[in-house]
Design a protein around this ligand. Sequence first.
Ligand SMILES: C[S@@+](CC[C@H](N)C(=O)[O-])C[C@H]1O[C@@H](n2cnc3c(N)ncnc32)[C@H](O)[C@@H]1O
Length: 280
Amino acid sequence: MDRHRRLDETRQSWDHATRLHNAHKRDQAAFLRADGSTLFPEERELLGELRGRRLLHLLCNSGQDTLSLAARGASCVGVDLSPEAVSFARQLSTDSGIPAAFHQAEVFAFLEGELERASFDLVFASYGALPWIDDVKRLFTLVRDRLAPGGRVVLLEFHPLAWSFDERFQLADPYFAPGRVFTLPVSDYVGESGASLAPSGFVAQDAPPNPHAAHAFQHTVADIVTAAIEAGLTIEALREWPYANGCRLHAGLVAAEGARFTTPPGVPSLPLMLGVVARR
Ligand SMILES: C[S@@+](CC[C@H](N)C(=O)[O-])C[C@H]1O[C@@H](n2cnc3c(N)ncnc32)[C@H](O)[C@@H]1O
């Protein structure tokens, strides 16, 4: 399948899933207006001071995290492939009174084109962004060119090993899968995670399965870190955590304190999140 068609299908799958995900969340604008935040301590720590920073949020979906970052003082630009997500984000910005700019674009097209001379102090991507990138080397090279000297890229991701296990903790998919395309619809992971992904209040509702397939990729820790180094960036932090923030990645994980999910008692710990900070 050519790249154009693959992206088109992925976009349709995200449009469908995003509508459903937001329908699970009560008044998000009121939550943000009341100083609510969708950020977790891990990204707060890795990002550091935000006041006055120019921040580019890649694959920002409906902008809840972007606006939470903007509310902490960053001047934020978000970019996402899904028109549904971007129009929701713009409305949420208006309704919450938190300014941020949102662009609907494929990430490489955006980084190569629309922002020619813009530069950022921070480029941030998180929680299920990298699996949608078909070329991490190209991503880091383009991101480097958008960073001001001394600027940092911060990734807070689900750990690539987490995708290899099924809900019984059996190895189901290879950790090493260069070039392989994983095709399946974007799930109702907000419905499956409940209040953990809906801090404004969770609305339970059943929905028929997403009819649109999406196309994702597997990148190992070494793929990600090597791509950053080869782009000329300096790795400043590399972190792993035995839990996943917000998202029940699969049904075998159990709820833990702080709106997290982890392996159940009796199952050895696994790395479920990965943090990378690299500086230009
Ligand atoms: C799991 S969500 C990311 C969640 C996000 N970190 C947040 O703050 O809510 C993945 C997003 O990637 C977007 N996406 C997928 N492929 C993309 C691409 N090639 N370019 C830009 N966005 C893309 C999807 O539309 C979706 O909104």
